[in-house]
Design a protein around this ligand. Sequence first.
Ligand code: UTP
Length: 275
Amino acid sequence: MITKCLFPAAGYGTRFLPATKSMPKEMMPVVNKPLIEYGVDEALEAGLNEIAVVTGRGKRALADHFDTNFELEHQISGTEKEELLSGIRNLLDSCTFAFTRQREMKGLGHAILTGKPLVGNEPFAVVLADDLCLNQEEGVLKQMVDLYRQFRCSIVAVEEVPRDQIHKYGVIAGEMIREDIYRVDKLVEKPSAEQAPSNLAIIGRYILTPDIFDILEQTAPGKGGEIQITDALQTQAQTGCVIAYKFKGKRFDCGSVPGFIEATNYCYEKGLYSL
Ligand code: UTP
C-alpha cells in the first residue's frame, strides 16, 4: 500500500562542519555504515522498496553509494572483505532508487515538495537520515506503516524532550486517543520553552498523504524564512487528520556531534553496523 520512502538530504549540515563541507552528512558513517544506509534498511524492513532521494550540490556520493562499483567489487571478489558489501548489495537488489535535486535550500517542506515528481499521488514515508532510529523489534517506520493502515492519514513520530531542548523541534499538541497516539490539533515549529504547546517533539519520521503537496505549494515561508513541513501539517490537521505517534525505540540526533558519538558507541557495543 505504501511503497515509497522519500529521503530529503539536501541540507547543508552546518552543525557538522567542517566534515560536511564537501561530504553529505547522510554519508557520515556510524561505525562503518553511512547514516542513509541505516535509513534505507529501516524503510525496506517496513516494506518500502521505492527509495526517492532529494539531493543537492556536492551530494553525488549519495547516488554513487546506491550503485555498483565494478572495480572495487572485482578487486575484493572472493576475499573475506566481500562480506562487508552484502548489506548494501541486498538493498540494491531489493529496492529501486530515484534522485532529484533541490536547487535552493528553502527548507524541509520545500525539499519534500521537490520530491513530488518521484512520489506522485500516493501516500509515502519521509525519513531524515540524520535521525537514526533503532529498535530491537519492529523498526519505527514499520510501526508507523502499520498505524497508517488503521488511520489512513498523515502520521508524525514524536518523543518527549526536555523543555530546554524543545526550541530545536517542531512541537505538537492534541488529544490523546491511546497512550501512545494523539490526534493533533496544533503544531509549532521551534517554539521557545514558554510557548511550546507540549514537550512532544517531532523527529525525522513521517507518513504523509499526497494532499500535502498542494498544501506545501500554498505554504508561505515560516520560521527562519524556510518552507516548513510543520506549517503544512498544521493546515492538514485543521482540514483533515494528523496523528502523532510515540514510537517504540531509541532515536539519536546524528546531525549533532554528541548524538552522533552516542549513536556510534551504541551501535559498536550492540554490533549494529555492517559486520
Ligand atoms: P536540518 O534542520 O537538520 O538542516 O534539516 P541541515 O542543513 O541538514 O543541518 P544543520 O542544521 O545545518 O546542521 C532536516 C532535514 O531536512 C533536509 C536535511 O538534509 C535534513 O535531512 N533539508 C533541509 C533539505 O533537504 N533541504 C533543505 O532546504 C533543508
